[in-house]
Ligand binder design. Structure first.
Ligand code: GRF
Length: 187
């Protein structure tokens, strides 16, 4: 049976879309049972609705604590038999509550060659620093900001003077590399 995954996203959801497409095309052996967002207004909700993946939108502010928010998420995941959590533009640090419920079962994608340029706007950070090569990293999640053990990386050249083209190139690599890395670990 294909491993059951939940994709967590806070924004546009192009990585959610790519993972869904890879599963449909039988390039990724997984069942995407639910998309979880902490931003009910995010475009990823529309994407999930359009492709018929259940979208669960949480408003973390309505919980007294981060732990209470994550407990509610965990309960929803467990009800659905989710085995792996795939973070794809989920703009929130996960706490030990979620980590303990899914030990070594939470992965993330980040648009740089970690440990360079962790945190927000990694592509902008790389361009501002003047590096010629950046890339994409898929890694296990721990309590730090983009710090867990690395699963896969791929380099992408910075296209000088063209931020948009550089971003597009990085996103294209993200969409391929996440599927490859997940196939490697979801065994
Ligand atoms: C991606 O660049 C991902 O690496 C980062 O956030 C971005 C999300 O993009 N963590 P999208 O919402 O999947 O389009």
């Amino acid at each position: 049976m294909a491993p059951k995954i939940a994709v967590f996203a806070s924004g546009s959801g192009s990585n959610f879309q790519a993972l869904h497409n890879a599963i449909e095309a039988q390039k990724l052996n997984a069942e995407l049972v639910v998309m979880v967002t902490d931003k009910p207004e995010a475009f990823v909700v529309e994407r999930a609705n359009k492709v018929g993946v259940e979208a669960l939108a949480f408003s973390p502010k309505t919980y007294d604590t981060k732990a209470a928010y994550e407990q509610a998420v965990i309960a929803a995941l467990q009800q659905r038999g989710v085995e792996w959590i795939v973070l794809a533009g989920y703009m929130r640090l996960v706490s030990e509550v979620l980590l303990q419920a899914y030990p070594n079962r939470i992965v993330n994608i980040h648009p740089s060659l970690l440990p360079s340029f962790p945190g927000k706007d990694a592509i902008g950070q790389a361009i501002a620093h003047g590096v010629k090569v950046t890339g994409v990293t898929v890694h296990y999640v721990d309590e730090g900001m983009d710090t867990g053990p690395i699963i896969a990386q791929r380099a992408v050249n910075i296209i000088e003077g063209d931020v948009e083209a550089t971003e597009a190139a990085i996103h294209r690599v993200e969409h391929e590399l996440y599927t490859e890395a997940l196939n490697q670990i979801l065994k």
